[in-house]
Design a protein around this ligand. Sequence first.
Ligand code: NAG
Ligand code: NAG
Ligand code: NAG
Ligand code: NAG
Length: 437
Amino acid sequence: MQPFALLFLAGLAAAQVAPYGQCGGTGYTGSTSCEAGWVCQYQSDWYSQCVTGIATTTRTTLTTKSSSTTTSTSTSLSKSTSSSTYTTSTSASSTAFSTTNGLNFTIDGETSYYAGSNSYWIGFLTDDDDVDLVLDHMNESGLRILRVWGFNDVNSVPSSGTVYYQLLVDGTATINTGADGLQRLDYVVASAEKRNVKLIINFVNNWSDYGGMAAYVTAFGGTQTSWYTNDDAQSAYRNYIAAVVARYLDSPAIFAWELANEPRCNGCDTSVIYNWVKSTSAYIKSLDSKHMVCIGDEGFGLDVESDGSYPYTISEGLNFTENLAIDTIDFGTLHLYPDSWGTTYAWGDGWITAHGAACAAAEKPCLLEEYGVTSNHCSVEAPWQKTALDTIGIAADLFWQYGDSLSTGESPNDGNTVYYDTSDFTCLVTDHVAAIG
Ligand SMILES: *[C@@H]1O[C@H](CO)[C@@H](O)[C@H](O)[C@H]1NC(C)=O
Ligand SMILES: *[C@@H]1O[C@H](CO)[C@@H](O)[C@H](O)[C@H]1NC(C)=O
Ligand SMILES: *[C@@H]1O[C@H](CO)[C@@H](O)[C@H](O)[C@H]1NC(C)=O
Ligand SMILES: *[C@@H]1O[C@H](CO)[C@@H](O)[C@H](O)[C@H]1NC(C)=O
């Protein structure tokens, strides 16, 4: 979806470093003490981080080269020689990493179908209590997976108090690790960790909301379709991925890393996105072998059970089957928006079962990670949920999008929002979770 932008006001005063925040490293001048219960752990000469103290395994060594003043930093990465000793736990444990298990997902040691939601905005909130409120309500409702925007790209620094994660300007990229930057995402991860909610974090938007590929194009040239092969844009994108992955390398709250929101390359050969998925997912696995990786695509380009309608075609430059076969992609993703795609609501059931069949053939689970309508939520979306639950190969679904009452008022409503504690919520969350059992 393409939500509208909102401004959020900041109000942070951190004496001690919050969970996952930076607490040391060359050139770092901030506080070196972590919040109670967290310890400052050396990661590399230029970066120490507040962690929970859970045993860590594979380490990524980051070496900073150059950097003249404040704008440009180029980072190169190499995997350390110490190999991972982590093995997937089969018993329930809040420290276990989420995995696939055949055509299902395993979360905290439990293999089941899972329900979840999306809130692109939670990492842009500036009030910790609002973040906690949303994650408390999700946990209590039985929503176990939350997909959030892990990007927020700008081409100029926004007004004070507005959160942004990366500034892209004149060929340079500067990651904002400040209190109005990635520290807001840090808080979401730490809060989710305490509440049994697992996060899907993505790294760039196809759409221009919160910057997206268009923001890279503004800074590095080219076009949206050449973004996938533009060396400067890809180098900045990878540096950004490395910075985010390093912050939550050991967090069991990360369900999966996601390459992009709805990547498309209209009219391109499918090899363009295929090659980008293959190389980027391999890159993420080289940084982090413990967390899953997915694409975040809409599920376009499918022969299986195709009726020849637009979403089944490869016109947006994606071949679902080919991309899912890439070995560094753990599971498939699909979205469902008949209103935008010129199909009927009933058509959605076939879209779900067709993907289930393709995912079963690929021997990987698939996630119906966005679906929504602007009215009649219950009568339109509940049948899709039932189809997803009944379809082998579809392992979880996340409705678009979660809504709640925050200190600033109601959370963003793009028309598709389903608010906590409403009759639509009872139907799409309470009843659905009960049906999962
Ligand atoms: C999560 O929700 C369950 C079920 O309502 C509750 O028992 C548990 O205390 C909650 N966990 C946290 C950390 O709030
Ligand atoms: C997203 O993808 C579509 C299809 O390639 C394209 O038309 C659109 O411009 C993209 N969005 C942006 C912001 O570039
Ligand atoms: C996608 O790729 C597969 C494998 O190469 C091919 O069999 C299939 O026809 C392609 N799908 C579409 C929709 O072109
Ligand atoms: C995995 O999911 C399928 C349905 O998709 C179900 O039949 C099977 O029992 C599940 N396996 C486990 C271990 O839960």
